[in-house]
Design a protein around this ligand. Structure first.
Ligand SMILES: *Cc1c(COP(=O)(O)O)cnc(C)c1O
Length: 464
């Protein structure tokens, strides 16, 4: 169904059929819970959480049509019918010729990096993503940030903070030569910048650049539907385009994509690689059998492939889905702003990001302010959020020093089709309570640090 953008308010294009009860611990129980979790919200059992805003990954509510699809799983080892459905959906919606399913996004990143990256290569990207960057490094490459400067400024309200700075790309070509740059990694609705989109104007310019130098563009399509919505409402000329046409236009300007289907494809598990190049496809099929499973299931059950195929259509064929979703995120952000809570602007597609540097100006970045704030919000309310700051950034590969990013954020991530306005009202009030007593919030020190992706499992304790 087409969306009338002149109508200001988009009501939910669904109603609730099944509910899942939520429990609430007492304040004292939550204090004990966060201590046992070493002040890392990733280590909390979900039964101790009231409202889970940790991530939008794999947390969507599936539709009755998707659930019905689970019963239609063809669990044959080879040539499952559900693979055909997924292939058809990816061809219809994205337009790529070939698809290789993987168990989730990082499975696709692993295979992609192994095929395209050689030791010493440099991979430009519009800001890093944790698992993407790690797979690039494991393949012998180095990530290089080419996002526009505005993306690193939490106060800039540039409408397309996910844009690529072509001057930065040009400088990389001059410094390393095209031989050392296998592809440009273009992320839709840049996660670490706060869910910020790129524009089609920018992508078209990037395509010209990449044609000139014969460098591929690989799309991280994880949030391409949300990116398409922002193009529809913010970029001149696309107001009347259906979301699915904008998604196809984006994909047509790239050479292939990888996707964590746990986000915009509305499933709890799944991912894939897609491309037009036959050689790339053949290589991906050869690797997927080693690391994931046969090329027609990629580590998933037939039923998962079916839910993914149906989810891809649902997310793109009724424009109200993504319009309502982004409106829900935006309304939550506005509620927080009305209470003076410092957040990243413009409000992104999948999450509201609290600026921990401005929320807790008395804490220096080596005291992990965003980590401390996420723990505090949990104790106040039972709401689980996560850190996106110095802990997530990790250490410099060469010097071993902590990387201190400009953005020190707490991410309140909104699962798709899960929570109602009342939940967000509760969250707003709770975060406001924390804000009122912000000066008493103490920093943390790290007491255990995993070597890779430390934010998932690190331990902390309050400084005395
Ligand atoms: C989640 C995510 C990934 C990795 O996907 P998983 O399904 O979590 O393995 C890659 N890129 C982006 C932008 C993501 O948000």
């Amino acid at each position: 169904m087409a969306l009338d953008l002149k109508k200001a308010f988009v009501p939910p294009p669904y109603k609730i059929k099944a509910i899942e009860p939520l429990y609430t611990l007492s304040h004292a129980e939550r204090e004990r819970a966060i201590q046992s979790a070493h002040y890392n919200t990733f280590l909390l059992p979900s039964s101790d959480v009231y409202m889970d805003l940790l991530t939008d990954s794999g947390t969507a509510a599936m539709s009755d049509y998707q659930w019905a699809g689970l019963m239609m799983g063809d669990e044959a080892y080879a040539g499952s019918l559900n693979f055909d459905h997924l292939e058809e959906a990816v061809r219809d919606v994205f337009g790529y010729r070939y698809i290789v399913p993987t168990h989730q996004g990082r499975g696709a990143e692993h295979i992609l990096s192994k095929i395209l990256i050689h030791s010493g290569d440099v991979i430009p990207g519009n800001m890093y993503f944790t698992t993407t960057k790690l797979h690039q490094e494991l393949a012998g490459g180095t990530f290089s940030d080419v996002i526009i400067d505005e993306a690193h400024d939490s106060l800039s309200d540039h409408p397309f903070k996910g844009n690529v700075d072509l001057k930065k790309c040009e400088a990389l070509v001059q410094k390393y030569t095209t031989q050392k740059i296998p592809y440009i990694n273009l992320q839709a609705c840049v996660n670490m910048a706060g869910g910020q989109p790129f524009s089609l104007e920018n992508l078209k310019a990037l395509r010209e650049f990449s044609n000139r130098y014969q460098i591929k563009i690989i799309l991280d399509a994880t949030r391409v539907v949300e990116n398409a919505h922002f193009i529809k409402v913010r970029e001149k000329g696309y107001e009347a385009w259906p979301i699915v046409s904008i998604v196809r236009e984006i994909c047509s300007l790239t050479d292939g994509c990888f996707m964590s289907a746990k986000k915009d494809a509305l499933v709890n598990i799944g991912g894939f690689l897609a491309m037009n190049d036959e050689y790339f496809f053949t290589e991906a099929k050869a690797l997927v059998v080693i690391f994931e499973g046969l090329h027609t299931y990629g580590g998933l059950a037939g039923r998962d492939l079916e839910a993914m195929a149906r989810g891809l259509y649902e997310a793109t064929c009724d424009d109200r889905f993504v319009a309502h979703r982004i409106q829900q995120v935006e309304e939550f952000g506005k509620k927080l702003m009305q209470r003076d809570i410092p957040i990243v602007k413009p409000i992104g597609g999948h999450a509201v990001f609290i600026d921990a540097k401005r929320f807790l100006p008395h804490l220096s970045q080596d005291l992990f302010p965003a980590q401390a704030l996420a723990a505090e919000i949990y104790v106040e309310s039972g709401i689980r959020s996560m850190e996106r700051g110095v802990v997530s950034s990790g250490r410099d590969k060469i010097t071993g020093e902590n990387i201190y990013p400009k953005l020190e954020l707490v991410r309140l991530t909104i699962p798709r089709r899960v929570y109602t306005q009342e939940h967000f009202e509760y969250a707003t009030q709770a975060i406001h309570e924390v804000y009122l007593r912000r000066n008493a919030i103490k920093g943390l020190q790290m007491t255990f640090e995993p070597k890779q992706l430390r934010f998932f499992q690190a331990h902390f304790q309050p400084i005395s």
